[in-house]
Design a protein around this ligand. Structure first.
Ligand SMILES: [Zn+2]
Length: 390
């Protein structure tokens, strides 16, 4: 264990945690601090702001400017602590039993702190391959930060050759994840007294018919695939997570709103899927609804799309990141990260590897263990060694 660099990482982590960067807040405080920290060691940052100018991404290159290099990426925002019972102040880093507690310790300021602790070493090392630090806003809500940053990166004369996203994976190497696709459904029916039910259009019941259709899609995916190796759930899934409708038992409900989401294997055709649902609505459900009341119908709105990604088994990035993590294996996961966006929208092959476990994220008393931070420091030391040599 290299205690010096670990201690420096913990000091920086303590500073990063003290900024309440819940996604709804401005993140300019933390960005200013990181920009100042990097400037002090002689590293210039590019600040890419959002339209409202109250949030920003930070991008900084250490080493030669004329080579593609390796991007280390993390998000600066954290999920809210509202309604959670914490044993201590979530924005004050507390050390207990070889664990560091605080909002964002695991997801994912621990990784960012280590990147920053190593920044002076990268800077002094006369790197042959540049390291790019890419820190974003709004990952936990819309990924707007990554999208804005990608626009900027795509305009640079030279783009990074690969990206390592430091989301918590327990320092396992993740070489693919599913895409996420969520839709909000509004079913508009026609109200009547419940004794006249056949003269009304029952929004809840039509919603249920659509949900049953989605359920049959889920069953079909589970039974007939497509299937992929390496995932905990190796096929597409769809599930309804939220539903609301009706006002009283004796009124045929006029409105029912529900939300459902797909978790899809990378490259699965989202447009074809959407068409299947639209066709069922237009050909089967709406004609029956409109026969009773012309204004009745079903409206779908896409609320989220996060692309998936998957590296080819022979891709050099896999061997490279495995070597940094000192492992011979890699896994795929069902949750989404910015890696899918970097891969799809910026064409940068990406892998995920970072300290902490996803099961510790987003919870009260979120923590990262010292052991995980140490493993990440070792990962970074190997990266320093590689990039100094070639
Ligand atoms: Zn995260």
């Amino acid at each position: 264990m290299n205690t010096d660099i670990l201690n420096t990482s913990c000091e920086i982590l303590s500073k990063l945690i003290s900024f309440d960067t819940t996604s709804r807040n401005s993140n300019l405080g933390i960005v200013d601090w990181i920009e100042g920290y990097l400037a002090d060691i002689g590293v210039q940052s590019t600040i890419v702001r959002d339209e409202k100018m109250d949030k920003a991404n930070l991008y900084a290159t250490i080493g030669p400017k004329d080579k593609p290099g390796i991007m280390l990426s993390g998000h600066l925002d954290v999920v809210p602590v509202d309604g959670q019972e914490w044993s201590s102040d979530p924005f004050d880093l507390i050390s207990r039993d070889d664990k560091l507690f605080g909002r964002g310790t695991c997801d994912m300021k621990g990784f960012i702190a280590i990147c920053l602790a190593y920044a002076p070493l990268f800077h002094q090392a006369n790197l042959k391959t540049p390291i790019h630090l890419a820190f974003t806003y709004d990952e936990e809500v819309t990924c707007a930060g990554a999208l804005t940053l990608i626009e900027a990166i795509n305009s640079f004369p030279i783009k990074p050759a690969m990206c390592i996203v430091g989301e918590p994976t327990g320092m396992q190497v993740v070489t693919g994840h599913k895409s996420g696709f969520a839709l909000l459904t509004t079913v508009t029916g026609f109200e009547t007294h419940s004794s006249l039910a056949p003269q009304g259009v029952n929004a809840i019941e039509y919603a249920c018919e659509l949900i049953v259709f989605l359920r049959s899609m889920a069953r079909n995916f589970e039974e007939n695939g497509p299937f992929a190796e390496g995932y905990d759930i190796g096929f597409n899934t769809v599930q309804t997570g939220l539903i609301k409708g009706g006002s009283a038992l004796n009124i045929v409900p006029r409105e029912c709103i529900f939300e459902f989401e797909f978790r899809l294997l990378p490259d699965y055709d989202v447009a074809a899927l959407r068409k299947q649902i639209d066709t069922f609505i237009e050909n089967v459900l709406e004609p029956k609804m409109k026969a009773i009341h012309s204004e009745a119908g079903i409206k779908l709105e896409e609320t989220l799309y996060m692309p998936g990604f998957e590296l080819d088994p022979g891709d050099d990035v896999i061997a490279f990141v495995r070597a940094l993590a000192a492992r011979n294996d890699d896994i795929k996961v069902a949750y989404q990260t910015e890696a899918g966006l970097f891969a799809q929208n910026a064409n940068i092959p990406s892998a995920i590897c970072g300290p902490g476990h996803i099961s510790q994220a987003h919870k009260p008393d979120e923590y990262v263990s010292i052991d995980q931070l140490d493993k990440c420091c070792q990962f970074m030391s190997r990266l320093l060694d590689r990039t100094s040599r070639q």
